[in-house]
Design a protein around this ligand. Structure first.
Ligand code: PMP
Length: 389
């Protein structure tokens, strides 16, 4: 026979098939696998088979770096979802929104029209997605400095600023609007979560100078590394494109074979299939999470905004965000991450978003087993609460 396999901490037994009760509920990082059942349903129509000789070169016909089919599909997708106005805008694809977010900082801080000699200040309202800061610090240019909380600079936006605005926001789902305004302020709109799975799509699509989307939270193919930016200004587009050219010579041509195939399936029924599946899944998860947390006087969830949704034609649709932003309410629970850890739940602490340690973010978009495990752990933790008052 075969030697016993080396099990991880979640599975035991002689063939690693027994689920271990000590397995932590991992709600920190993880993949958007909540959409996997949708893709299993569409396994054949979404499959790609690429012979070895196909598309070996750098460029497409016409020397472009991007498949025209993909660009056309993205414009069509925004039109049917109603979450962006692509008219008169350039579209630039990147290796996920991660690459584009930095390309945008580069392009906006090299704007000759910004009449400042000092470095541009890069800011985001707290709580913010940590990458904005780590990436800006890491690339460490003389042109800009990351200065933290946008709220601090609200009435002092006379010098050059770049503000990241994420809406709906990671981690707390607020529908953020720019805090800084003025001739020397540029805004990067991160719309990674602006899809019907997670939030209402209002009647008129926002018309922004620079907006970044991604397939990661749209189709769930985070590993394909495909994102795009909608850009109004030609100069900004060209500087971003130049950054991508020098950095990676554009997006993997193989990803550009797979993505159009996936988007074709999405568009076949005008997005109804995938968004109904995604919204349905998130809605039932939020119902379970809410009813579990409602038994507690120790934890609260963020208040999620409701809005009329044009895509589903639903009035006052509650949002069903990708993350729960949990607050530990008891005086003694200063560190909510620790409270969770003691209950074998791994979240992401508020400190990482520059927020209070009383907050912890729990990710809700992995597979069903992961979500079940998380809710069971929370239920156990909450039912152990000593009743107070
Ligand atoms: N922006 C936000 C707000 C995110 O939460 C994420 C990923 N979690 C990204 C951007 C990056 O996504 P990607 O590079 O996969 O498109």
């Amino acid at each position: 026979g075969k030697a016993a396999c080396e099990c991880n901490m979640c599975y035991g037994g002689h063939d690693c098939s027994e689920f271990s009760p000590d397995c932590p509920a991992n709600a920190d990082s993880g993949d958007p696998l909540f959409l996997e059942p949708y893709w299993r349903e569409h396994a054949a129509s979404s499959a790609v088979l690429v012979p070895g000789w196909h598309r070996m070169g750098y460029s497409y016909t016409g020397e472009t770096l991007i498949s025209e089919a993909l660009e056309g599909q993205v414009r069509k997708l925004h039109a049917v979802v109603g979450n962006a106005d692509t008219n008169g805008k350039f579209i630039l694809f990147g290796a996920g929104s991660t690459q584009l977010l930095y390309a945008a900082v580069h392009a906006l801080s090299h704007d000759k029209n910004t009449n400042t000699s000092s470095p541009v200040s890069v800011v985001a309202k707290i709580p913010y997605y940590n990458l904005f800061e780590t990436q800006t610090d890491f690339f460490d240019s003389r042109r800009y400095d990351f200065l933290g909380d946008a709220a601090v600079w609200k009435n002092r936006s006379d010098s050059g600023f770049i503000e990241f605005v994420t809406s709906p926001n990671n981690p707390d789902d607020q529908l953020n609007q720019p805090l800084l305004k003025g001739p020397n302020v540029k805004t990067i709109h991160d719309r990674a979560y602006f899809w019907p799975h997670f939030t209402a799509i209002p009647a008129s699509p926002p018309d922004e100078d620079l907006t970044i989307f991604s397939t990661s939270k749209l189709t769930g193919h985070a590993g394909s590394r495909v994102g795009w930016a909608l850009i109004k200004d030609k100069g900004v587009y060209e500087r971003m494109a130049n950054h991508l050219l020098l950095n990676t010579i554009g997006v993997s041509r193989d990803s550009q074979l797979r993505s159009p195939k996936l988007l074709k399936v999405v568009l076949e029924d005008g997005g109804r299939g995938i968004f109904e599946f995604g919204y349905g899944k998130m809605k039932s998860r939020w119902q379970r999470l809410r009813s579990t947390v409602s038994l507690s006087n120790r934890f609260t969830l963020q208040k999620v905004p409701s809005q009329d949704c044009t895509f589903f034609q639903e009035l006052m649709r509650e949002s069903t965000p990708a993350y729960a932003w949990v607050k530990c309410e008891w005086e003694k629970d200063q560190d909510c991450l620790e409270v969770m850890r003691a209950a074998n739940i791994i979240g992401r602490g508020g400190a990482l978003f520059k927020a209070d340690k009383r907050y912890v973010r729990l990710r809700l978009i992995r597979g069903d087993d992961d979500f079940d495990h998380l809710v069971n752990r929370l239920h156990k933790l909450i039912s152990r609460e000593e009743r107070r008052g």
